[in-house]
Design a protein around this ligand. Sequence first.
Ligand SMILES: *Cc1c(COP(=O)(O)O)cnc(C)c1O
Length: 369
Amino acid sequence: MKIPQFMPSIGADEYAAIKGCFDENWITEGPRSKEFKQKLLELMGAKYGEFAPNGTLAIYLALKAAGIRPGDEVLVPNFTFIASANAVVMAGAIPVFIDVDTHLQINLDHCKSRLTPKTTAIMAAHMYGTCGNMNDVTHFAKVHCLTVIEDAAQAIGVHWDGKHAGTFGDVGTFSFFADKTITCGEGGFVVTNDRAIATNLAYLRNQGRLNRGTFIHPEIGFNFRMTDIHAAVGLTQLGKLDNIIKRKLEIFSLYCDGLGDVTGLRIFKPQKNSSFVPFRVCIIDEANIAAQVMENLKNAGVETRTFFYPLHKQPCFSFLEKIHDYHDDEFQVSNLMFKNGICLPTFLQITNEQISYICDVVRKSYEDV
Ligand SMILES: *Cc1c(COP(=O)(O)O)cnc(C)c1O
């Protein structure tokens, strides 16, 4: 058996949607993007939104539009995909790494110890299809006069007390990469309820003007548009979101049935106020055999992934001056999560038999301890 970590779930519907763009001879951003945007804003309950070519550039755009300037320090969770921090570097600002708690959410006590006069923003990253407690984050930000950016790339369709991830802070971002909950192949989206930020977003992404067709540019801006071909795929995927969530929850529940009673491992779950759209089913090893479990799965033809490598250890960030003052034991949770976390296949086409096969391999690994 060969079970990959992930495969996108696209087919005849998405293909037909693309054909529509060709039939109507409209391929750049246009009617489908407009409809996709409207439906996303409806889903998220946000006032304003703009597309970006991908999730990384969406974060960059969000930071710039929210007024983050070169030299600013931005508090970034130490446990997230590297793009969260790289977008900060791209904006000329300095990522300051902060450990996470066991919900994989930025640790506010640690944030406090890292505040300086240059700190202007805090980034929260919602992990693996859960929503973090943004009430705490926004309260902290208010007290310390920080802008709040939410990286919700993995949290489309996820709510905290009924409010959609990415809409708590000043600005939130999403990704439509191939392995995200819904995909366009590549794509990103930025949401905000702040009119000024929305205006900045519009200028920044469209060559410093609000509308196409004029060559007078009041602001400096760039091209962050996406194509209607991408939007057509995204719209089709969005139409399937309820079914996608349903199947993902079924997959999660099958893994829970198969692994819930295994001593020595824990299944990552959302906090109680958060809904859940399992981005991956994640298990956290507590018997110190994660490497062995992954080896056994590999030998059984199952492709796994580790959790994210702690950002403070990333070779690419060794240029950051402050990184050399960090002590490794400040990052206990992110270090431990990298050591013990395993992402199991969670793609829509996985069969119940395949899940049961994966559970057997994992169970057996723990019986052999
Ligand atoms: C996927 C992802 C991104 C980056 O999105 P791209 O579309 O791949 O650029 C950023 N942050 C998180 C948490 C992600 O999962």
